[in-house]
Design a protein around this ligand. Structure first.
Ligand code: PLP
Length: 415
């Protein structure tokens, strides 16, 4: 579209009934702040050189996909085309759904079957399908802030209302008392994301058991079942001895939204799944609604080649040594310079306190040092920035003088 076309579109929208859905138009006109920063980074790199821009904006894994994944792709390409590239059933091929269920049973002691698994194009689709499957107009979904920005878009698209509840100040763990206070007779679900984007926090078993008790007490009191939607694309990315409790083992009314984007470094291939916990009293009805939502949204038959890859690689785990080294280098470097941050237990993000209350102003100031940091306003709170450390080690090392200069500028009392 050239400039003239853009002007024409603007004029059309300004003078007569628009020919598009206004909400969609608005969403399309305002790309996410993270994407906008990433686009800025690309342009800036072209202008001044790759190695002079320190781009920590995007959660694009930089470690390679496991060798077994590449081998599976190569093997599959030797097979007859129709067997690999043909349509599968809408909810996914039975073989991969059985393989995923079997893996969950082995790893987490569940009794899942293929009938509990729906293959998707990544966590984004897992979430949009699950929300659409659950929501009646006006239903409330709690999200814990800071939160992945697209949650609000997806909840609202499903006809729901997004209720933000702040994580605990300081460590960004769950605040079960605040969540309990936010429950109403309209609450349909709560999105839990652990390991967390953007804070790197992992919720321990006691906190999740406390949440389960609060939801059960609410159900007892007002007869309303609240579903946990567990968004867990970072489940396999944890450091040291940190364990990620499996929520369906603690709370029956859980839908898991999984993705291989981060765990197998396959974000562009778009593959993941929904797991409707078989212990849910209405599991069959919910799974049927998931199939219906997939149909209504056009999210049927996830990429066939990658369904087959997952069937063969279902128990593959990532080698996160490079993330662990980045995390160590970044946290050591920033604490030496006097920055405050949340020690990340999982994912590949560092949540750093901005050097002024206005996170956007701070991120702008960082930009003038070629540091691309995502302001916390994108995630629904003030005063912090997110550093994505799924980058080459040289980016972290190269960025340290810029972080030092930024700190120096604030210590000196402003630019
Ligand atoms: N949920 C969270 C917390 C994420 O960080 C992301 C991607 O960054 C998604 C969902 C979407 O994942 P996918 O790329 O698999 O759709």
């Amino acid at each position: 579209m050239d400039t003239q076309d853009t002007e024409k579109t603007k004029n059309t929208r300004g003078t007569k009934a628009a020919m598009t859905n206004s909400r969609m138009y608005q969403l399309g006109s305002e790309p996410s702040a993270i994407r906008a920063l990433y686009a800025y980074g690309l342009a800036r790199k072209a202008e001044i050189g790759e190695d002079r821009v320190f781009d920590f904006s995007l959660g694009n894994p930089n470690i390679p996909a496991p060798a077994a994944v590449n081998q599976a792709i190569a093997d599959l390409l030797e097979m007859p085309s129709g067997a690999v590239h043909g349509y599968t059933p809408g909810q996914g091929a039975p073989g991969v759904r059985r393989a995923v269920a079997g893996s969950l049973n082995r790893r987490f002691g569940m009794e899942a079957a293929a009938e509990n698994i729906y293959m998707t194009v990544g966590a984004a689709a897992s979430l949009t399908i699950s929300l659409a499957a659950l929501a009646e107009p006006g239903d409330e979904f709690i999200v814990v802030t800071p939160a992945f920005p697209e949650y609000r878009v997806w909840v609202e698209q499903a006809g729901g209302t997004c209720i933000e509840v702040a994580a605990r100040a300081g460590d960004f763990q769950l605040d079960n008392a605040a969540i309990g206070a936010a429950l109403t007779d309209k609450t349909r679900g709560i999105i839990i994301n652990s390991p967390n984007n953007p804070t790197g926090a992992v919720y321990p078993k006691e906190a999740l058991a406390g949440l389960a008790r609060a939801l059960a007490a609410h159900q007892e009191k007002c007869g309303r079942t609240v579903t946990i939607i567990s968004d867990e694309p970072y489940r396999e990315i944890v450091y040291g001895k940190t364990e990620v409790p499996f929520i369906p083992a603690l709370y029956d009314n859980t839908i898991v939204c999984y993705s291989y984007s981060k765990s197998l470094s396959l974000p562009g291939e778009r593959i993941g799944y929904i797991y409707v916990c078989e212990r849910m009293p209405d599991a069959q009805e919910v799974y049927t609604a998931v199939c219906g939502a997939g149909r209504a949204l056009g999210f049927v038959c996830a990429p066939s080649l990658f369904q087959h890859v997952i069937e063969r690689c279902v128990d593959e785990v990532p080698d996160i040594a490079a993330y662990a080294e980045n995390r160590a280098a970044l946290t050591a470097g920033l604490s030496r310079l006097g920055y405050e941050f949340v020690e990340p237990e999982g994912a590949f993000y560092l949540w750093v306190r901005a050097l002024e209350p206005d996170a956007e102003a701070f991120a702008e100031r960082a930009k003038s040092h070629e540091l691309l940091l995502v302001p916390s306003t994108s995630f629904g709170c003030e005063g912090w920035v997110r550093i994505g450390y799924c980058v080459g080690r040289q980016t972290i090392e190269g960025a340290m003088p810029a972080f030092e200069a930024l700190m120096g500028e604030y210590r000196a009392g402003g630019a």
